[in-house]
Ligand binder design. Structure first.
Ligand code: ADP
Ligand code: MG
Length: 203
């Protein structure tokens, strides 16, 4: 299987007014096509830092990161824009990339229909439940057709029951769309149905 992401000896130290903070040391992992990999570590262990490095928001102190493909980033909060309806929220990435062509719109319409959002397309985020909002955020990430999805604790803001439902839902959608994904979480139960890579300082 094709290797989509390879991270070798990744280290990150922040220099703050209180001194040096070594957040990551010699982290190694790889992600192959079709895999969902979970990085498991407690709060403050550097999970979001790894995702920021993968998306090139942050340059690592040392180590090598190889990425073969386009990345879609799904954050902890859904960050839906309350003044745009569901359809317009989902197509915002295409607008920013100036890619809102007929083919992309057809793709988005297929995603909305396949994943139960079609009848919600003219509604506004505040009319949807937390679980539905998170599904909209996932479809928004998929709308730009990334090869790999990065998910930063995407279920942590949801109540327990919703979290079980939506996490199952998200894994199925990722598999069904033939995407690869890296999920970071501090919650062992969220990690269990995927391949898990503990970060060094897991408690
Ligand atoms: P996690 O996502 O696992 O909770 P983070 O990657 O957000 O952890 O942060 C890891 C540690 O690095 C935390 O102690 C955080 O305060 C620190 N940190 C993150 N980004 C910066 C930064 N830009 N400058 C200084 N410290 C940072
Ligand atoms: Mg984080």
């Amino acid at each position: 299987m094709k290797e989509i992401i390879k991270v070798t000896d990744l280290s990150q130290t922040f220099y703050t007014k209180d001194g040096e903070l070594e957040v990551l040391k010699d982290i190694n992992f790889s992600l192959h096509e079709g895999e969902i990999l979970t990085l498991l570590g407690p709060s403050g262990s550097g999970k979001s830092t790894i995702l920021n490095i993968l998306t090139k928001l942050l340059k690592p102190s040392s180590g090598e990161v190889i990425i073969n493909g386009n990345i879609g980033y799904m954050f902890q909060k859904d960050h839906l824009l309350e003044w745009r309806n569901i359809m317009d929220n989902i197509t915002i990435g295409l607008e920013i990339q100036k890619n809102k062509d007929l083919k992309s719109i057809e793709r988005v319409e297929r995603l909305l229909k396949t994943y139960g959002l079609w009848e919600y397309r003219n509604m506004y985020p505040k009319e949807l439940s937390g679980g539905m909002r998170q599904r909209v955020a996932l479809i928004r990430t998929l709308a730009v057709n990334p090869d790999v999805l990065l998910l930063d604790e995407p279920f942590s803001a949801l109540d327990y029951q919703t979290r079980l439902l939506i996490s199952d839902d998200v894994y199925k959608i990722i598999k069904n769309e033939n995407k690869s994904a890296i999920l970071v979480t501090h919650d062992i139960s969220e990690a269990l149905c995927t391949k898990v890579q503990p970060l060094k300082n897991v408690v």
